[in-house]
Structure formats: structure tokens, C-alpha cells
Ligand binder design. Structure first.
Ligand code: SAH
Length: 213
């Protein structure tokens, strides 16, 4: 399967029907070939609106969820963004077209290496991927204009809240890992944090410490 005109049309139709309306987000979703981030058995399902398995027992998120989370981040094009949960690298690649600088971290070194290779191949030079436990954020690069967590936390992690600029936005799925979680948008104000509950989602859990591979 290739991301040809037909595949693109169906892909974008699915996104629009799920509530993705932001033109820039739709353009980015059209530009980045999800097929580059899915290897092996499931490669021919890359353009379907469903999550798919990747290495290390993880998943590449459903495209409509990637697009809706990106849309809810309200990127300006000048943002420094932290993503926790690189996975395949697909979400980071979408962000790289809409933000100034993207830092992405995963607890699995193997996933980070594979994602870096794809970023290099696609010439995405504004993404830096690290192997790290992202629940501590990335203190050396903080603070961030935007933070996106693509694994489910029981509460928005304190270090991530602390690394968000005033006026900054964080998207995080909150809830138990074996249940449906709520996608929360946190906005940092001068005096504290505002929380909006956006929609139900299902993510793999945010796990402490580094993975074995
Ligand atoms: N955004 C990814 C999908 C993420 S799946 C994509 O576009 O493909 C969730 C990822 O979060 C997994 O790869 C998992 O290894 C990672 N993860 C879980 N807990 C983590 C932690 N504490 N720090 C960093 N990454 C973590």
C-alpha cells in the first residue's frame, strides 16, 4: 500500500468525520506518510483509522486521536514541544511540521533508535529523541510551550506540570491503564492550572523507569 491520492482522500475523510477541522493539522496529516512508521505484518493497514502494534509491546496511536490531540494543543508554529512516549515517532513527526522544536522521549531505547532513523530519512531536523523516563520531563530543555503525553497517567505528572510555561498547554490521557481514560487539556495560568476534559481515549500506560530494550 502507498499513501497515494486515494488513500489520502479516505484517510482525511476519516479524520474530518471524527472532528478534525484545523486546516494546518489536516495538511500535516496529509504530508506525513504513516506507512513510514509501521513495519511488518500491519504495514498495509497504516492508512486505516486504528491503533496498530509496534515493537516492545507498544502501539502507534489511532490517526484521528493523533490529529485531535494535535489540534487541541493549539500550536502557533513557534512552540517548543515535549512529547512523552515517542513510540513509532508518528506523533512527533506531525508535531515537527507545526512547531518550532520537538523533544520526544521514550523509555524503550529500541523505539527511540527506530524513530530517529525515520526522522533522518524524512529530513525532520527539528526533532530530538531521547531514551528517558518521561514522567520526570526533560529538565535540561524545560520549560516548554506545549507538552503532549501519549501514554496514560493516573494523574498529570507533577514534574511535567512544573515544566510547562505560563500560558502553556499540556495534553494528557488520565485514568487507570486497564480502563477507558479521559483526555485532559491542562492550561497553565498565572495563578495555577485549568483542566478541561475533552474525550474518552485508550492509551498504553505510562510506566516508571527505563525499558529493557
Ligand atoms: N506517540 C506514539 C505512540 C505512543 S505509545 C506514536 O506516535 O507512535 C506510548 C509510548 O509511551 C510507548 O512507546 C511507551 O514505551 C512510552 N512510555 C510509557 N511510559 C513512559 C515513560 N515513563 N517515559 C517515556 N516513555 C514512556
Amino acid at each position: 500500500m502507498s499513501f497515494d491520492a486515494d488513500a489520502k482522500m479516505q484517510f482525511l475523510f476519516a479524520l474530518r468525520s471524527k472532528g478534525v477541522t484545523d486546516k494546518k493539522v489536516l495538511e500535516a496529516m496529509e504530508k506525513v506518510d504513516r506507512g513510514a512508521f509501521v513495519q511488518g505484518y500491519f504495514a498495509d493497514r497504516a492508512y486505516e483509522d486504528m491503533p496498530l502494534p509496534i515493537a516492545c509491546g507498544q502501539t502507534i496511536s489511532q490517526p484521528s486521536v493523533v490529529a485531535l490531540m494535535t489540534q487541541a494543543l493549539r500550536l502557533t508554529g513557534r512552540d517548543k514541544v515535549l512529547e512523552v512516549g515517542t513510540g513509532s515517532g508518528y506523533q512527533a513527526a506531525i508535531l515537527s511540521l507545526l512547531a518550532r522544536r520537538v523533544y520526544t522521549v521514550d523509555r524503550h531505547a529500541r523505539l527511540v533508535r527506530a524513530a530517529r532513523d525515520v526522522f533522518d530519512r524524512l529530513g525532520m531536523t527539528n526533532i530530538t529523541a531521547f531514551t528517558a523516563d518521561g514522567s520526570h520531563g526533560l529538565p535540561d530543555q524545560a520549560p516548554f510551550d506545549r507538552i503532549i503525553v501519549t501514554a496514560a497517567a493516573e494523574d498529570p505528572p507533577g514534574p511535567l506540570l512544573a515544566q510547562l510555561k505560563i500560558g502553556g498547554i499540556m495534553m494528557v490521557p488520565v485514568g487507570q491503564s486497564d480502563a477507558v481514560q479521559s483526555l485532559i487539556r491542562v492550561t497553565r495560568t498565572e495563578t495555577g492550572f485549568d483542566y478541561d476534559e475533552l474525550r474518552p481515549v485508550r492509551f498504553v500506560p505510562l510506566v516508571e523507569g527505563l525499558g529493557k530494550d
